[in-house]
Design a protein. Structure first.
Lengths: 713, 192
């Protein structure tokens, strides 16, 4: 009966019938109370978004798997302290973090949320060392600014590790059993053949898999797992593997005992992590539980029913060796299309559920050869190296390098949502809004369901003042998912463009409600407060954004602007300095820094800063303008005039240039030119208050003329 | 900035009103930073009704004419437009008729800057504070006082349902003499 119930539960989990699963699991637990069943029930609860239930039932459990699930539930419930204690090794527990790489990753996130940066960095690094395919950990490191070069992280050491873990897995592999072809029908996006690698942080998973296997393949004697098979679950090799502290010896033992290609002979104990191919599922807003996915994976198209589509790695039992069965640390690595900010909140449920990017041609390899495994691994690592490098450069704001790196990708990979969004963001950071626009448009057209990065897209449209397209985008996004913070950010940007700052603020607040840790929404809120002149509110918002992500330079910039408005120039200087440290290539920030310096009377430094800004971005006309302004206010009218004349050539339609020239010529007593520029300035539609100002200046100009005329007469 | 109150009868009259309030983009509401007070009010129809964005609630005065609404700012602000919502159909004899707008530094030196006569208004009525001179587009002042001098049908007390005050938008870039107008400049002028 236990068997039957357990199988039933697994089946339900894999088919997302969570309430049914919970029901049966409760019966199972009542009849056969055991740690394993408890963990199964916890998984059911977690799948059904009932982290609190899982929390209560797992409280006090000691086994690694339980500790991991418990920590996960604590994390979901925002009980960071308890999550930490559960994950940390202690004397009576096994002396290491349960769950292996996933456990380290979870612990890293806990530390990050608690603001303990160094500990979190350490944990993420460990996660990566345990399982190089833990892409999420690398992303977190990038966003913390502490990532090493991709070539070291995804280099030879990673290769060795992957090789080890795969090899051991191939051994007792139940052919294709665990390959869950959860491929979405969206195979059209062949650009991304993504492998989903499962993390099985515990032997319990193994049990379940086996059970399921047993249940699903009764007729297939090859893989028949009778109830005895379950006993094999508990053998130490499994555990050691799970805990990811496998003494190397053990692995080799496994190897020896394995017979290549004849998995039939070996079965039982070893459950595999199967890699699964999924088409690029960029949205992870689904917040599916990792465990659910794991269960889902189990649902197998068995060898007889290789029903699903394409990219099937395991073609037949005999060829199952080529299955990229993943390491015991199954980590879902997922190349996400969203920036860390958006995913950190959402991805938690998957504990870095991620999808590995593997080359398309992997599946076609059917030779059950270890060489194919090796080449597979190296391909994956190559890909990860490029993506990792690109991502790191982007987050360090070396946008040009990032763009170059991403160009190295194959066309298929390049056209995936995540990569396109990255490229779009790179252009955005370079202030090249036109290119950013075209990239984002492409991404959105191809993947209208993928919302990550769309907040940046809406900002790009905001900068380009494309009201109609922005409105359209906002509507589309809301219709796709009303509960995603990115959609509300887009709506907010739409209102903000129309200068309806109150409504925009409301929208951004909604985005924050949906995801507290969505940094950008906080920053945008700050911008709206600033536009409404509520500088206290603005400061609050910016600081909140910074408490979530210290490297969000937009928030530093916002703070600097706020202080400029409040005339606290030293503070402003400081903020801009910090912003520049994070993003040293932003000419806009340099300009403002220069302005702050000028206002603090540090005029030489100000002028230097303007020069620097000019050099950084030749397309930006503003450094020259600001420089001229500073020179004019210092009384150096000739130089100012020269700079402005130059600028006039580049930007003839700019009213303020002419207005400033008018002022300068007035000072230089070149009244003819002054009047000429006065006229042009007014013609170019300045804002009403400016028009008034200019006319007032003109008044004062006329009088000396008249006096002169009178004298002549 | 005083406009003579003895302007011709035609000029000072405003008929009708708009149902919808449409304001130009380059104006923004200034009322949030101001202290509002009234010369008198009936309990339940106090000064908050003037600012609650609810056209059903109204302020009702309770004293002698002229009834005064005082709007005081913490620093000198530029104001361009005053908008009232009044409705003859609903309020009849409570509807204001002659309105005078005064500005100054405080109660002691208010000077009239605008005087209008409303004739059966039915909605939002916009009173521009600009003078004829292009240099006088704005009124730069600490305080604004709206005085109801008389009502329709010689009513004693008055109803006003909503008041909004508008001024120009400040330069989003701090410490700059002029605002930017062209796309290239605007693109590089801010980060978001």
């Amino acid at each position: 009966m236990e068997n039957l119930l357990a199988n039933c539960v697994e089946k339900n989990l894999s088919q997302f019938m969570f309430t049914n699963a919970i029901f049966f699991c409760e019966r199972l637990l009542a009849e056969f109370p055991s740690e394993v069943n408890l963990q199964l029930l916890a998984r059911c609860y977690l799948s059904n978004s009932q982290a609190y239930s899982a929390y209560y039932i797992l409280k006090g459990s000691k086994t690694p798997q339980s500790r991991y699930l418990f920590a996960f539930s604590c994390f979901k419930l925002d009980l960071l302290g308890e999550a930490e204690t559960a994950l940390l090794p202690s004397e009576d527990n096994v002396d290491e973090v349960p769950g292996g790489a996933a456990g380290h990753y979870l612990l890293g996130l806990v530390y990050r949320y608690a603001g303990r940066k160094n500990s979190s960095i350490e944990q993420f690094r460990m996660a990566l060392s345990f399982d190089p395919l833990c892409w999420e950990a690398y992303r977190e490191l990038c966003s913390l600014g502490a990532a090493e070069e991709a070539s070291t992280v995804f280099g030879n050491v990673a290769f060795q590790r992957l090789q080890e873990t795969f090899v051991t897995q191939r051994i007792n592999f139940s052919e294709g059993a665990n390959i869950n072809q959860l491929t979405d029908s969206d195979k059209a996006s062949r650009d991304t053949s993504l492998w989903r690698t499962e993390h099985v942080p515990g032997e319990n998973q193994q049990d379940l898999k086996i059970r399921q296997l047993g249940a699903d393949i009764p007729p297939d004697t090859d893989r028949q797992l009778n109830t005895n098979g379950w006993d094999l679950n508990t053998p130490s090799p499994v555990i050691s593997q799970v805990l990811d502290a496998p003494p190397p010896l053990l692995h080799k033992n496994m190897l020896r005992s394995a017979v290549e290609g004849s998995l039939m002979s070996v079965h039982g104990g070893r459950r595999i992590k199967f890699s699964e191919e999924m088409s690029a599922e960029a949205t992870e807003g689904s917040g599916r539980r990792r465990s659910a996915r794991i269960a889902a994976r189990k649902k197998i198209p068995m060898s007889q029913s290789f029903g699903k589509d394409s990219y099937r790695l395991h073609l037949s039992p005999s060829e199952s060796n080529c299955v990229p069965s993943l390491s015991s640390m199954i980590e879902k690595c997922r190349i996400q299309s969203s920036k860390e900010a958006t995913t950190s909140g959402q991805s938690i449920s998957d504990i870095g559920s991620s999808v590995d990017d593997e080359e398309n041609k992997n599946p076609s390899e059917s030779s059950p050869d270890s060489s194919s495994l090796i080449s597979g691994i190296s391909e994956v690592l190559n890909l990860l190296r490029i993506l990792g490098d690109g991502h790191r450069h982007l987050l360090m704001y070396n946008c040009q390098e990032a763009l170059l790196v991403y160009q190295k990708l194959s066309l298929k990979q390049y056209n995936t949502h995540w990569v396109l969004v990255q490229v779009g963001k790179a252009y955005f950071e370079l202030q090249d809004y036109f290119n950013a626009d075209s990239t984002f448009t492409l991404a959105h057209q191809k993947y209208p369901y993928a919302l990550e990065g769309m907040d940046t897209y809406s900002t790009v449209l905001y900068h380009l003042k494309e009201e109609m397209r922005l409105g359209y985008l906002a509507q589309e996004l809301i219709s796709v998912d009303r509960l995603s913070p990115e959609s509300w950010c887009a709506v907010g940007n739409c209102y903000s463009l129309r200068k309806d700052h109150d409504s925009a603020l409301k929208m951004f607040k909604r985005a924050i409600q949906l995801n507290e840790r969505f940094t950008y929404a906080h920053t945008l809120c700050g911008h709206e407060f600033a536009a409404l002149e509520d500088f206290e509110g603005a400061e609050r918002c910016y600081r909140r954004a910074l408490s979530i992500d210290t490297r969000h330079y937009n928030a530093w910039y916002g703070l600097g602007m706020t202080y400029l408005h409040l005339e606290k120039f030293e503070f402003a200087e400081h903020q801009f300095q910090l912003a520049l440290k994070i993003n040293p290539r932003s000419s806009v920030i340099m300009c403002y820094y220069g302005i702050a310096l000028h206002e603090s009377k540090k005029n030489d430094e100000a002028l230097n800063m303007m020069e620097k800004a000019k050099l950084t971005d030749a397309k930006n006309p503003l450094p020259k303008y600001y420089k001229a302004n500073i020179l004019a206010s210092l009384g150096d009218y000739h130089k100012a005039q020269k700079v402005l004349e130059e600028l006039k050539e580049c930007a003839p339609q700019e009213s303020s240039v002419h207005a400033l020239l008018f002022n300068i010529y007035k000072q230089l007593k070149l009244y003819d030119k002054a009047v000429l520029h006065f006229g042009t300035a007014l013609d170019l539609n300045p804002s009403p208050s400016d028009a008034v100002k200019i006319k007032a200046y003109m008044e004062r100009l006329v009088i000396p003329d008249e006096l002169a005329m009178e004298e002549n007469l | 900035m005083a406009t003579e109150s003895s302007e011709s009868e035609e000029e000072g009259k405003i008929r009708g009103g708009n149902d919808k309030l449409i304001i130009e983009e380059d104006l923004r509401e200034m009322s949030k930073n101001a202290a509002w007070s009234v010369s008198s009010c009936k309990p339940g129809n106090g000064v908050t009704t003037l600012r609650d964005d609810n056209l059903e609630t109204y302020w009702q005065s309770d004293g002698l004419q002229p009834h005064l609404i005082n709007i005081q700012f913490q620093k000198k602000v530029k104001l361009q437009l005053v908008v009232l919502y009044v409705d003859f159909k609903l309020d009849e004899s409570y509807t204001p008729s002659k309105i005078s707008i005064r500005a100054g530094d405080g109660f002691h030196n208010l000077k009239e800057i605008k005087s209008v006569e409303l004739v059966k208004p039915t909605g939002w009525v916009c009173l521009s504070l600009s003078g004829t001179d292009p240099r006088e587009t704005f009124v730069n002042t600490f305080m604004l006082q709206i005085a109801i001098l008389s009502n329709h049908l010689n009513g004693r007390d008055t109803h006003i349902r909503q008041i909004k005050v508008y001024g120009p938008r400040p330069n989003p870039i701090p410490r700059q003499p002029f605002q930017f107008t062209s796309m290239e400049f605007l693109t590089y002028s801010t980060l978001r």
